[in-house]
Design a binder for this molecule. Structure first.
Ligand SMILES: Cc1cc2nc3c(=O)[nH]c(=O)nc-3n(C[C@H](O)[C@H](O)[C@H](O)COP(=O)(O)OP(=O)(O)OC[C@H]3O[C@@H](n4cnc5c(N)ncnc54)[C@H](O)[C@@H]3O)c2cc1C
Length: 498
């Protein structure tokens, strides 16, 4: 499938920016990624060396936690980050952490256990991956949340929410955003004595025979620095901003736009694969439903209206779990769906969203017409089929029961007042589910399943070991990063100091 066939492509995004909408998009979340640092020219000379016990590459939740834990254990620890500040997805995330058996669950009267979480992970394709890692995550995710809320004092909401296809509330939500957690681990890392080097992008691994001995990195002026480390932890995040790697490892998502951190161009993974590390992944991504008119989780993606595919057919409960609908839409041939509003639903929108809709109409991402047929046809949707779907939907709404997809009655509202509006929607990636294969000590494995000496990994760059293709539940990405960071840091420090 080519980029042109997708619902919300880089091409469309470029057109959108050309249309003057750039200011609407958060700078860190959108726009052009910095180019993958080109492979080092063999004539380039290293001008400086830095020695340390533990080197961490990447300043997201995984890397900062790993560095803090390594320093806490007594290791002289340096963290290098290619951007001028901590700009990974961990700084942009909503802030849900998944886990079982936590103090917050107990306070909310939720009876839960790691055994029950393990059963859930296995039911979400975890049974196709290393059992030991599924068990490890089930046992330690709750502990990580307790560490954040307890020792680090990260503020979380009292309400623990249901996520994914789970029936037990396990979604622990930071009070404001994932920045609450990133701030806390950064403070922790500073207190433990981690040295941070910003604007320092790792370019290649330094090898000593089959052992990893550090990295060569480049600063913003192009100066090459060689970091010699007893242990190296790769925590460079995912690769959604590397179109070639998406084409190679996640071709179903080629051309889909992304909101991940600007630095996520994949070279931290590539440099290890080049040295014989094994790749594990099954083509999946983390993502959300998106509207090309607004960045992030646009409020135009309303559960109170009707959603159809380009054949004019309703395909899910509009109020269902967005990750589940994400995978459904991602597998539509065009990766698009369309929200049908009537005038009464538009009247109910706040002024800001009404302005967004007007802008969307002028940009061709929405259409308005006296009949739903005409509005749909203008958007390339089968208008006759959509009209029939709307008539059936309105009949269910009048009866107050969604016999098709069981949408809650509150969201089942007749859409009868002309004119009608049809808004294009699509999908947007929030992460890549593939990367280094690691064991439960977070050592990077080679293609024979042997640990590559002195080389660890944590976070999204190795999350293919834990997540198969679909996201088990919202909150697994962050908790994988912080949990793997905790253990990779402690284990690397123990090895460095042994
Ligand atoms: C908008 C958004 C919302 C999300 N919400 C949630 C949520 O609520 N819950 C959840 O569980 N997950 C969520 N996710 C996913 C989650 O944020 C990520 O899986 C997780 O933060 C990854 O953490 P990380 O530390 O591995 O990587 P990151 O936080 O992405 O950090 C990697 C860092 O490495 C740096 N880096 C890359 N290459 C190099 C190099 N060569 N040299 C030096 N540094 C390098 C990058 O610049 C970056 O700072 C969300 C993602 C997005 C984009």
């Amino acid at each position: 499938m080519t980029a042109q066939h997708k619902g919300f492509t880089r091409r469309q995004f470029t057109e959108l920016i050309g249309g003057g909408a750039l200011a609407l998009f958060a700078g860190a979340a959108m726009g052009c990624a910095p180019k993958d640092n080109a492979a080092r020219n063999s004539n380039d000379k290293v001008s400086k060396t830095v020695d340390c016990d533990v080197l961490v590459v990447g300043g997201g939740g995984a890397g900062v936690t790993a560095a803090g834990k390594a320093a806490e254990a007594g290791a002289n620890t340096v963290l290098i980050e290619k951007m001028p500040y901590l700009a990974g997805s961990s700084s942009l995330a909503l802030g849900t952490f998944y886990g079982a058996g936590t103090q917050l669950q107990k306070a909310a009267g939720i009876d839960d256990s790691p055994e029950s979480l393990l059963a859930y992970f296995l039911s979400r394709n975890g049974d196709k991956l290393d059992y030991d890692m599924q068990k490890f995550c089930a046992e330690h995710f709750g502990e990580t949340i307790d560490w954040l809320t307890g020792e680090l004092g990260v503020p979380f909401k009292d309400k623990v929410s249901i996520k994914g296809k789970d029936t037990v509330p396990r979604g622990h939500n930071c009070a404001t955003s994932a920045f609450d957690a990133l701030n806390a681990v950064t403070k922790f890392a500073h207190e433990k004595g981690v040295t941070f080097h910003f604007n320092m992008g790792a370019q290649e691994l330094v090898m000593n025979g089959d052992e990893v001995a550090g990295v060569i990195a480049k600063d913003a002026q192009g100066t090459l620095v060689q970091y010699n480390a007893k242990q190296t932890i790769m925590a460079s995040g995912g690769f959604c901003r590397n179109p070639d790697m998406i084409d190679q490892y996640m071709p179903d998502y080629s051309g889909v736009y992304t909101e991940v951190g600007m630095g996520l161009t994949g070279e931290g993974l590539r440099m290890g694969l080049d040295k014989g590390a094994a790749y594990v992944g099954h083509g999946g991504t983390n993502g959300i439903l998106a509207c090309p008119i607004d960045a992030g989780q646009s409020k135009l993606i309303s559960a109170k209206v009707l959603w159809v595919d380009s054949n004019g057919q309703r395909f899910n409960n509009e109020g269902g779990q967005t990750h589940e609908i994400y995978y459904q839409v991602a597998h539509f041939p065009d990766q698009k769906f369309f929200a049908i509003y009537d005038q009464s639903q538009v009247d109910a929108l706040p002024d800001k969203l009404k302005a967004s809709l007007t802008r969307g109409i002028s940009q061709g991402f929405a259409a308005k017409a006296d009949t739903v047929e005409d509005a749909c046809t203008a958007m390339g949707v089968n208008g006759d089929a959509a009209a029939a779907t709307l008539a059936a939907y309105n009949a269910m709404a009048a009866a107050g029961v969604d016999t098709q997809f069981k949408k809650k009655a509150d969201n089942l509202i007749p859409l009868t007042q002309a004119p009608f509006y049809v808004i294009q929607m699509g999908v947007c990636t929030h992460g890549s589910f593939g990367g280094y294969h690691v064991n439960t000590d977070f050592q990077v494995l080679d293609n024979d399943g042997k640990a590559i000496p002195r080389f660890y990994s944590a976070g999204e760059v190795c999350c293919g070991t834990f997540i198969y293709d679909d996201y088990p539940a919202g909150g697994c990405g962050l908790n994988w990063s912080y949990t793997s960071g905790r253990f990779a840091g402690a284990n690397a420090a123990a090895a460095a100091l042994a």
